[in-house]
Design a protein around this ligand. Structure first.
Ligand code: AMP
Length: 302
């Protein structure tokens, strides 16, 4: 069997979400789910995650149908990870009402043989101790290791998270998490503080305001794709990361193009609840919106 080029470790979850546009209960979610569905538009992606015996066959099938390799999806006795959250106003910030770790407390992320030498590894939001364990289980260091986290892990497992930051090439977090991590409300100062914990490029996702890339001494900013109807922003960050790293794997030197493609994939995710939009998204839809986005940000020559 060929090695899998892009591997993600993270959560596969059942989410209960309320937004001003409606609500869903026990809908498929999780950081690794959104990431892998987005990345599968670009490349072969393998998912390492834990689910409980309650994980639905139709959800497993959806991942397979979309081309995600689920050899690394492990089933444990008990219930899948659950997250309950809500959004207000412009849906820029998720408010966690409940996090039930369930099978995550037993999860030992075993890497199937084809997952041990990926070109790119994404440590999606999950317990940083598990992110570290995955790094220790690789046969060789990937060309690129990137990570994300969430408020929950910043608050509960900060020392382990700082050890993860020392070992990655790229960190993707949202603005609220950057502020929480750095203890500074100014996003540029927060970025500077966070970058002192390692030697990585930093991408700060700013919801409806786009994203910032801090790389070496430069900053690159992109706006969000202007959308009329935003239904549920859950998973936007992970879809962004999936599109970004999937595109970067195909064209390693085109970081800005990859960022825009990540942004475009995320813009589809937020058009519906859960993974509904990602479940039907096609490459030609992504490409069409990418071309539109280029027009949106085109500057006149000086
Ligand atoms: P985001 O892309 O940041 O909106 O992440 C969305 C997903 O994160 C949801 O589908 C949740 O199931 C998942 N999630 C919520 N809390 C956590 C957590 N503490 N660790 C990992 N994933 C989480």
């Amino acid at each position: 069997m060929d090695p899998i080029p892009l591997v993600v470790v993270g959560t596969v979850a059942y989410d209960t979400i309320r937004t001003p546009m409606g609500a869903v209960s026990e809908a498929l979610g999780g950081s690794a789910t959104y990431f892998s569905l987005a990345a599968a538009l670009f490349t072969r992606v393998g998912l390492v995650a834990a689910v409980g015996e309650d994980f639905r066959d139709e959800d497993r099938q959806l991942l397979v149908d979309r081309g995600v390799d689920i050899t690394g999806l492990q089933t444990y006795p008990g219930e899948s990870f659950r997250w309950v959250g809500e959004y207000h106003g412009a849906l820029d910030e998720a408010h966690t009402l409940e996090t039930r770790l369930n099978v995550l407390t037993q999860f030992d992320p075993v890497l199937p043989p084809t997952y041990r030498a990926p070109e790119v590894l994404f440590l999606a939001a999950i317990d940083p101790e598990l992110q570290l364990r995955v790094l220790d289980r690789l046969e060789r260091r990937p060309r690129l290791v990137a990570c994300d986290t969430r408020d929950f892990w910043i608050e509960h497992t900060r020392p382990a998270l700082l050890r993860v930051l020392e070992r990655v090439d790229c960190v993707l977090i949202n603005e609220g998490e950057a502020r929480l991590l750095a203890g500074d409300h100014n996003v540029v100062r927060a970025a500077q503080a966070i970058r002192r914990w390692g030697s990585f490029d930093l991408i700060i996702k700013r919801g409806g305001y786009g994203a910032l890339l801090f790389q070496d001494a430069s900053v690159f900013a992109i706006p969000a794709y202007p959308l009329e109807d935003v239904v549920d922003t859950t998973g936007a960050g992970d879809s962004f990361a999936g599109g970004f790293l999937g595109a970067l794997l195909r064209e390693p030197t085109r970081v800005r193009k990859a960022l825009v493609l990540g942004n475009v994939v995320a813009s589809f995710t937020v058009e519906d609840f859960s993974v509904r939009r990602l479940a039907t998204l096609t490459w030609s839809e992504v490409w069409r919106r990418y071309l539109e986005f280029r027009d949106v940000v085109r500057l006149e020559d000086l």
